[in-house]
Design a protein around this ligand. Sequence first.
Ligand code: F3S
Length: 73
Amino acid sequence: MKVLVDQDRCQGHGRCYAIEPDLFEPVDDDGHSGFLPDGLSANDADLLARVAEVSANCPEQAITIDESESAQR
Ligand code: F3S
């Protein structure tokens, strides 16, 4: 399981790191976002819920949660 910030979609609106500054941060001067933790385990239900909330608030729908087998840690 992995959180992805699509840098082509992200326009630097900053809602993600405003809502969850412990999980997301700006990675450049344009405010594009990066996800801080390396990955999520399947047991991180609370963390997953927080990321899902942020994902729902991104106007560009740039934040996705990859739940494929290859993305599991
Ligand atoms: Fe980018 Fe969406 Fe955050 S546009 S800065 S990922 S709220």
